[in-house]
Design a protein. Structure first.
Length: 520
């Protein structure tokens, strides 16, 4: 049975992303668009608009245009928005990179995406240069000042942006990387229409306006921060308070200082709202709406947090492959305990038996499939993964097990896919296993999730070791080669990794063994 959205269809605007976000620039020109949490410096919507235009002109002058990819490797700073939208207006594609990535991870994404330029941040410049060199990139630009690097402001040379014919339905504007339902990271091709559609779909749900102040702590490299914070706030004429590095006390201080009204977060911040003693020391009464996404949120924790800060906390659900939002609870409307809400506008869903591909009986659990204008056209250069993820080219397999009630409200109950979610960040077991297997003392490896009170989950590795190695040494070795959220919480040596007759790792066997050992 096809589940439909309760929201009336208004039609998706057929325009490029910058034109859509700045459609109402005249009415919101002098309002703050970006507030630097570190310095308090304000960029108005008019200033942002002019800087985006100048950036597009500067990029075009350096030969960046349609078919080119620009990497952005930076924490959340105000000019992240300028760079991202400037690249879009120049007709090029952004590939946004996790600022925690090490040199090898960064170089992999830049190579795979075919990036021609890298925009980074002074504190990351050394790592960025090494990765750029490995990926064959000679043009490295940095926000702010840094020795021997082109400053970002050098792009703003006063030239008008190029006038380009951009087809919103085919032109890739953003190329974030996701592991999908399994496997190694893949470039997710998101078109102008995909992102415009998702911002448009969120308008009646979020009800953002020019008086709203949104906390910009969700990383802009992540599609959640990119769409639900950066793009949605600019479209609405709202303000974003940026944080380059998350610190709970500073975060709470900024909410109080700027009278923030909206907080889009991942579950660890909701846990802090519920439990951390620092929360009592700050006035959070300006908050009107907190939305949690990127990972499952415990209903009891959400209720405790909401009662403690005196603010409604709701959930949304999505995937990078859907730009990202598929379902969402309204900011100020009905809520249902534990639910991630109904489907957003112009979106259809199915609850499917993953073994047969047939719809399950009403009320029964199954894999959630979704289709709508926000769903990607496919992965970059990976037709096999695209075919496995997009059924009949349209239905997105989410890899999550869900229930739908009689009104089409969705509740996520389990995960079919193998991804581990650490503070909302994706960790692909296959990626860590590949790293482990390059160690000369590791004969075989399997990575599974284990529960963690702070992060939700953390990766644990089971390894078959040669006699001279120790698990502590293996854990340290991996930590030197991966981003902090991918570091192994535990390493356990075993005699053999369980596998099927065809050689496929039986990850579930080790998951069940771990649950039994922990009494869960």
């Amino acid at each position: 049975m096809v589940i439909r959205s309760p929201y009336p269809e208004r039609g998706i605007p057929d325009v490029p992303l910058p034109a859509y976000l700045f459609e109402h620039i005249d009415r919101q020109a002098h309002r703050p668009a970006l507030i630097d949490g570190a310095s308090g410096a304000i960029t108005t919507h008019r200033q942002l608009y002019e800087r985006v235009r100048a950036t597009a002109g500067g990029l075009a002058a350096r030969g960046i245009g349609p078919g080119d990819v620009v990497g952005i490797y930076s924490p959340n700073v105000p000019d992240y928005a300028t760079a991202f939208l400037g690249v879009a207006l120049a007709g090029a594609t952004n590939t946004t990179v996790n600022g925690l990535y090490g040199t090898e991870e960064l170089a992999f994404q830049l190579r795979d995406a075919g990036a021609r330029m890298l925009i980074t941040y002074p504190a990351l410049l050394e790592r960025a240069r090494k990765a750029a060199q490995a990926a064959g990139i000679t043009d490295v630009v940095t926000f702010g000042d840094a020795n021997d690097a082109t400053p970002f402001d050098a792009l703003l040379d006063g030239r008008d942006p190029p006038k380009l014919p951009i087809d919103p339905s085919t032109h890739t504007v953003s190329l974030p990387y996701s592991s999908g339902t399994t496997g190694l990271p893949k470039g997710v091709r998101l078109t102008h229409r995909n992102l415009v559609a998702n911002v448009h779909q969120l308008e009646p749900i979020l009800e953002l306006g020019p008086d709203d102040v949104m906390m910009g702590v969700l990383p802009f490299f992540h599609i959640y921060g990119q769409t639900v914070v950066l793009a949605a706030a600019i479209r609405a004429g709202a303000s974003i308070v940026t944080m380059a590095r998350f610190d709970l006390e500073r975060y709470l201080e900024l909410i109080q200082e700027h009278r923030a009204t909206r907080a889009m977060v991942a579950p660890p911040i909701v846990v802090a709202f519920a439990k951390h003693p620092a929360v009592e020391r700050y006035d959070l009464s300006s908050l009107r709406h907190v939305m949690s996404g990127a990972a499952p949120l415990d209903g009891d924790v959400a209720s405790r947090a909401a009662a403690r800060i005196g603010c409604r906390i709701v959930q949304g659900y999505g995937m990078t492959e859907a730009s990202p939002v598929i379902t969402c609870v309204s900011a100020f409307g009905e809520d249902r305990a534990g639910s991630v809400g109904p489907l957003v506008e112009s979106t259809e869903g199915r609850i499917v038996d993953p073994a047969t591909g047939r719809d399950v009986a009403p009320g029964e659990p199954g894999e959630l499939w979704a289709r709508g204008p926000q769903v990607m056209p496919g992965y970059l250069g990976n037709d096999e993964a695209t075919a496995a993820t997009l059924v009949d080219g349209t239905w997105l397999r989410t890899g999550d097990i869900a229930l739908a009630d009689a009104d089409g409200w969705i509740t996520i109950v389990d995960r079919l896919k193998e991804l581990i979610k650490v503070k909302g960040y994706q960790v692909a077991p296959a990626e860590l296993e590949a790293v482990l297997l390059t160690h000369p003392s590791v004969a075989d490896a399997c990575v599974i999730p284990i529960p963690d009170d702070e992060a939700g989950e953390r990766p644990k590795a089971f390894v078959v070791l040669r006699p001279e190695a120790t698990t502590d040494a293996i854990a340290r070795w991996v930590s030197e080669r991966v981003a902090p959220h991918k570091r192994l919480a535990e390493v356990e040596a075993i005699d053999e990794i369980p596998k099927s007759a065809s050689g496929k790792i039986l990850r579930r066997v080790l998951v069940e063994r771990e649950r039994s050992a922990r009494g869960r």
